[in-house]
Write a protein that binds this ligand. Sequence first.
Ligand SMILES: [Zn+2]
Length: 70
Amino acid sequence: MTEQTVCIPPRATSFRAVCELCASSQLASRGYLGAVVEGTLPLSRDHGHVTCGRGHEIRVLRALPASLVH
Ligand SMILES: [Zn+2]
């Protein structure tokens, strides 16, 4: 099973991602409809995961703040 990962901005606590597995298994004419996953990640955490409506797990990684990249 393909592992999916999304990155969210340093200060984001909620996000929307597209489940590639769902997107690739439905008619292209529907676009991403039905494949969008919404999730939340507290600022106290730098990673987590969401599960789409069809049960695919997607890893969530928080991007490092620019001030910490150097
Ligand atoms: Zn899915």
